[in-house]
Ligand binder design. Structure first.
Ligand SMILES: [Mg+2]
Length: 194
């Protein structure tokens, strides 16, 4: 019997696929606001967003289209500011299709499972993640919010996570880990799939 810990973003939830459209929508809203107001009246946040998005001309808003651009630039701080305060962003993330059979595979083998997720510091993120789990998985889904996933490692604990660093740390602390690659095929090695 294994106790299975399942990551949310990048395993069950399509964080990356949802982030860029969300950010683009916020930038467009900001540009719409800016067009309707005198620049001397723009709040600092509006100026920062427009500067970050490279909006020299308000009619030509070109927000980043690649997650990596957001991840590796000053934009990271800006998108964090958007999403950490917006529980709805987290609550309505699309499920990742490849993982639709993951939880049933775990429970069919008789293993208890927990969602184990690293929330952003703001409470809105935690609220949104809980709402997602309730809506998508029902009352039965127990959820643990902890950035230090390795603390749950033991010889009969399995972490399923898309982050190779989290998997490595979990193994280093005596647990089992499968790096999620969008397929159930990798679970033979831990005996979950026959
Ligand atoms: Mg993840």
């Amino acid at each position: 019997m294994l106790t299975v810990y399942i990551d949310m973003d990048g395993v069950l939830c399509d964080f990356r696929g949802s982030l860029v459209p969300y950010i683009n929508a916020r930038v467009r809203e900001t540009a719409t606001y800016a067009r309707a107001h005198d620049p001397v009246d723009w709040p600092d946040d509006v100026k920062r967003i427009l500067k970050w998005a490279g909006c020299k001309d308000l009619d030509l808003v070109v927000p980043p289209t690649e997650y990596e651009q957001l991840d590796n630039s000053a934009g990271r701080e800006m998108y964090m500011r958007f999403i950490e305060r917006d529980s709805l962003f987290w609550a309505v993330l699309e499920p990742l299709k490849g993982s639709s059979g993951l939880i049933s595979m775990v429970t069919a083998a008789g293993n208890p499972y927990y969602l184990l997720t690293s929330p952003l510091p703001h409470k809105a993120c935690e609220d949104g993640k809980r709402a997602w789990a309730l809506q998508r998985l029902g009352l039965a889904a127990p959820i643990i919010m902890d950035r230090e996933k390795w603390r749950y490692a033991h010889p009969n604990a399995l972490l399923i996570d898309d982050d190779p660093g989290q998997c490595e740390q979990f193994r280093d602390h005596g647990g089992l880990a499968v790096q999620w690659e969008g397929t159930l095929d990798n679970f033979r090695e831990v005996g979950l799939l026959i």
